[in-house]
Design a protein around this ligand. Structure first.
Ligand SMILES: Nc1ncnc2c1ncn2[C@@H]1O[C@H](COP(=O)(O)OP(=O)(O)OP(=O)(O)O)[C@@H](O)[C@H]1O
Length: 257
């Protein structure tokens, strides 16, 4: 396995606030990687730098060896990076199916008008989009709610559709910002199994932000720990659990996990 994503000396500043300070780490191809840290530590900012929503003040972010720091978010999507948001970013009056289809819009070459009017290139593209969307519906077990407006679904299922919207892009690297937030234990278990399947069946590289440390320790191959924008720990779950700085800064006197 080699590095899929290389983060090097990344800093991000908002006025006087240093959201990220000189952060460096690597994410290996095919792993489940978690970003943890207390509230305001810089986790979402980090994900935003990877997906292109924020541009770091300094540093380098390389995806498969290519510098992506100045690349627009949609360009990063076409390279194979997709992201699910912490706050659900779906169209609530539209069905599950239509939300997933819209998720693939960035990948469409022929545009909505020609896609609707012409056959040939457009219809081939449409078939390809439909295949990808149907695969996500199968994978995330959304068959029974495919025509249901997203806004009428329970929160846990809306989160699942939000993850599905990113999955529909068939990314190599999927960024999941708190996919289990607000879920009960049973819902968390289901989502955890989907994440394992993304890794084991779809061979995706998964980056996860999650506050439930039990989940993080169980799922992750590697973990990066942020505190006040600084990387204070990095390693396997065991290494992170035994890192005195992590124990002190993140958990106080309690043990991690
Ligand atoms: N767009 C922004 N404008 C100004 N400050 C920001 C912006 N985004 C993040 N910050 C600041 O950067 C710091 C890191 O925030 P960030 O949301 O990345 O932390 P987090 O670890 O994801 O927190 P949480 O666990 O609460 O989601 C915070 O001090 C936050 O207020």
């Amino acid at each position: 396995m080699g590095a899929l994503l290389e983060i090097e000396n990344v800093s991000l500043q908002f006025g006087g606030v240093k959201a990220l300070s000189d952060v460096s780490y690597q994410i290996e191809k095919g792993e489940i990687f978690s970003l943890i840290g207390p509230n305001g530590a810089g986790k979402t900012s980090m994900l935003n730098c990877i997906s292109g929503l924020y541009r770091p003040t300094n540093g380098s972010i390389r995806f498969k060896g290519q510098e992506i720091l100045n690349m627009k978010p949609f360009k990063r999507t076409t390279l194979g990076i997709a992201r699910a948001f912490q706050n659900i970013a779906l169209f609530e009056h539209m069905s599950v199916l239509d939300n997933l289809k819209l998720g693939r819009h960035t990948l469409m070459n022929s545009g909505a008008i020609s896609g609707g009017l012409y056959f040939g290139k457009a219809s081939k593209e449409e078939i390809e989009h439909r295949r990808a969307v149907e695969e996500v519906i199968d994978f995330l077990e959304l068959q029974e709610i495919r025509h249901t407006p997203v806004g009428t679904l329970p929160y846990g299922l809306q989160k699942r559709v939000e993850v599905g919207r990113a999955l529909a892009l068939e990314p190599e690297l999927i960024l999941l910002d708190e996919p289990m937030a607000g879920m009960n234990n049973a819902e968390k278990e289901v989502m955890a199994q989907f994440i394992i399947d993304m890794h084991e069946i779809k061979r995706m590289t998964v980056v996860l932000i999650e506050h439930d440390l039990g989940v993080v320790m169980n799922l992750s191959n590697h973990i990066a720990v942020l505190d006040f924008g600084k990387l204070i720990g990095f390693g396997t779950p065991k290494e992170v659990q035994n890192n005195p700085e992590v124990i002190k800064a993140y958990i106080g006197e309690k043990e991690v996990g």
